[in-house]
Ligand binder design. Sequence first.
Ligand code: SAH
Ligand code: SF4
Length: 433
Amino acid sequence: MKYYINAYGCQMNVHDAEIISGILESEGFSSIEDHESADIILLVSCAVREHAETRVLGRLSQLGGGWRGRKSGKPLMVLCGCVAQEHGDSLLERFRDLDLVVGPDCYRDLPRLIRASERISAVDFREGDYTGIEPARMDFPRAYVTIMRGCDNFCSYCIVPYVRGREYSRKNDSILSEIERLSESGYGEITLLGQNVNSYRDGETSFPQLLRSVALSAPGSWIRFVTSHPKDLGNETVRVMASEQNICRYFHLPFQSGSDAVLKMMNRGYTAREYLERIGMLREAMPDIVLSTDVIAGFPGESEEDFQKTVDLLEEVRFDNAFLFKYSERSGTAACSLENSIPEEQRLARLNHLQKLQRIITVEESGKLLGRILRVLITGPAKKPRQQASRTEGNRMVILENTDFSPGSFVNVKITRADGWTHFGEPCGNLKS
Ligand code: SAH
Ligand code: SF4
């Protein structure tokens, strides 16, 4: 049987799609890129904001309705991921073409559920991970490795702890053997994944210890990790990063709000000052580090002064890139019961303000790279013909024209043009900046 799979949302979901594919392929199913010819259609959904949820449910309706009249008959429709976990059985009532609803802990059951072809939802929480499954990787030379699943932080706006369950760290030795295999297979970039990687723990092994072992096990690969929570980021992680040259000088550190009052309501566990101290620590240890962040505009009770503090923080740090969101109510989270909800137009206006500001900063910071020589990892073809895409250590995209490098090779390029986060470059010999 042929299956088509599509993932929405974060890197964790993209990697879950690789895990699901690994499970299906080990049972004889084969993947196909065209959903029209698929026997099984799987969507891996994201519930973190209402917009993401609406999108995947819209796609489900569209694909569900689209089968009528096709020669091969109705495909088996499967909704996986966080929306599946959030709404469970009720989705089967709402979408009559939907056959299976499968939450993030139940993917091992997929082959059996597909073969049984009963309309059912499987959304139990199970402690554990997908150790032993060989993910069907789809993004060579970039690989994801889960180091932990779930989240115990309960930030008041966030649905993740409700849909992905309690935090669970994977065993250190199973992570390291996966890393070694990836490195031997020529993966140039390995990203460690977890909702809060800094709280990783396996017996005596903490996150910085794991990070050092990972870097040493894959000396020829770049190592990244997401996501870090500012409250748990300690000096040791920064020391390990600074001392191991293959750990990318790139850090994604969400701050969410620049106002201490809002941070408290969000249950984030740090103040703006403490956040800035973490940024100072990173920049002191690695002056050329590339920084990115996540911000939420329009959280309940966010006053103009609170919002201004977020603007000030963006201006003070001057992140190279920022993922900016307007607050979205997620039912069942603590923030839903807060008063002083911000009207939708105001949330949008604040988001627009942040986007404009960040765009200026991103363009200015990227512009500083013009003429510099950077090392890039060739990732594959770019959108246009005769172009190749690559990434810098700082995760910036660099487009090369009329080149023919093999994906996975590291090349030195001179930056000739910058358009926000996307850059253009030409290969060149020497590496100096
Ligand atoms: N565990 C990670 C990622 C969580 S989801 C972390 O803590 O950073 C990714 C981002 O989505 C969050 O950082 C936050 O900025 C945003 N987000 C989460 N819930 C949201 C909500 N209800 N409304 C708007 N943005 C939200
Ligand atoms: Fe959500 Fe906070 Fe956990 Fe991130 S740390 S997943 S924002 S609850």
